[in-house]
Design a protein around this ligand. Structure first.
Ligand code: PGA
Length: 248
C-alpha cells in the first residue's frame, strides 16, 4: 500500500512543526507513506519527517536545467530526494490548462530523473452523468500506453474530479470499476500501483481500501491534519495486515 499526502498550496514553517509534533508514523516495507509538500518545504521533510518519503506536486515540462524562470525540473526534485512526483493533477489540468501531451512530457522527465510519476486521471461530474467515465480514463491514459515502456515504474491515481475537496466519494463499485479499468489497461506493466484519490478520510478509509483494485490513496485535505492522516494510515495498515494474514 502507498499513501501520499498532497498538501497543495497549503502550509507554513509553523504548520509543518505542528504537524510533525503530532505525527510519528513511519513507513514500513508493505506500507509506504509519502508527503508532497510545496517546493519551499520539501527539504524540511528530511529533518522533520525522515521516515516519510518525499513527493513533489508537479514538475516542469522542461527536463534538466535551462533558462526557464520559475520552473523546477524533475531532475532537481529527484536530486533533493523526491521518490514520487505527481503529474496531471486535475487542478493543474483545470487551472493551468495542462493537456495529456503535457502530462506525457512530464512523465518522461520524471522517469529520466529516476523518480516515479504519480499520474492523476479522473472524470468530471458532467462526464460521469453522461456515462463517459471509462472513455475519459482511456483517453487520458492513451498517450502513456503508447509511449511509456512497460518496464517503467508508474503510480496512477484514479481521482474523480467531482470527489476532490468536496466530501463526496464515489460508491465502492465506482471506485473499484475505475481502478480495475486502469489496472487492466496497464496489465503489461511490471511495476504499477493504482491509488484512489478524492475526499479520503479516516471514516471512509476502511471501505475504500477494501476494494481489491485499490493499492493506496492520494490524500489532499485530510493530509494536513496529522490525526486524520494517521487514521487513514491506520486503515491502510489494517488492509495490509489482513492481506498478510490471508496469505499466511
Ligand atoms: P482531497 O484531495 O483529499 O482533499 O479530496 C485529493 C487530491 O486532490 O488528490
Amino acid at each position: 500500500m502507498l499513501i501520499i499526502g498532497n498538501w497543495k498550496m497549503n502550509g507554513s514553517s509553523q504548520s509543518l512543526h505542528t504537524f510533525f509534533e503530532n505525527f510519528q508514523t513511519r513507513s514500513q516495507t508493505d506500507l509506504q507513506i509519502a508527503l508532497a509538500l510545496p517546493y519551499p518545504y520539501l527539504s524540511d521533510l528530511k529533518t522533520m519527517g525522515p521516515s516519510l518519503l518525499m513527493a513533489a506536486q508537479d514538475c516542469s515540462l522542461y527536463g534538466g536545467s535551462g533558462a526557464y524562470t520559475g520552473e523546477v525540473s524533475a531532475q532537481m526534485l529527484a536530486d533533493v530526494g523526491c521518490t514520487y512526483i505527481i503529474v496531471g493533477h486535475s487542478e493543474r489540468r483545470q487551472y493551468f490548462h495542462e493537456t495529456d501531451a503535457n502530462v506525457l512530457l512530464k512523465i518522461e522527465n520524471v522517469l529520466a530523473a529516476s523518480s516515479i510519476p504519480v499520474i492523476c486521471v479522473g472524470e468530471t461530474l458532467a462526464q460521469r452523468q453522461e456515462g463517459q467515465t471509462k472513455e475519459v480514463l482511456k483517453n487520458q491514459l492513451s498517450l502513456i500506453l503508447q509511449h511509456i515502456s512497460p518496464q517503467a515504474p508508474l503510480v496512477i491515481a484514479y481521482e474523480p474530479v467531482w470527489a476532490i475537496g468536496t466530501g463526496l466519494t464515489p460508491t465502492n463499485e465506482e471506485i473499484q470499476e475505475g481502478c480495475a479499468l486502469i489496472a487492466m489497461l496497464f496489465s503489461s506493466f511490471s511495476q504499477m500501483t493504482v491509488l484512489y484519490g478524492g475526499s479520503v478520510n479516516g471514516d471512509n478509509g476502511n471501505e475504500i481500501f477494501s476494494n481489491p483494485a485499490v493499492q493506496g490513496a492520494l490524500v489532499g485535505g485530510a493530509s494536513l491534519k496529522p490525526q486524520e492522516f494517521q487514521r487513514i494510515i491506520d486503515c491502510a495498515k489494517r488492509r495490509t495486515n489482513f492481506k498478510i494474514n490471508a496469505i499466511s
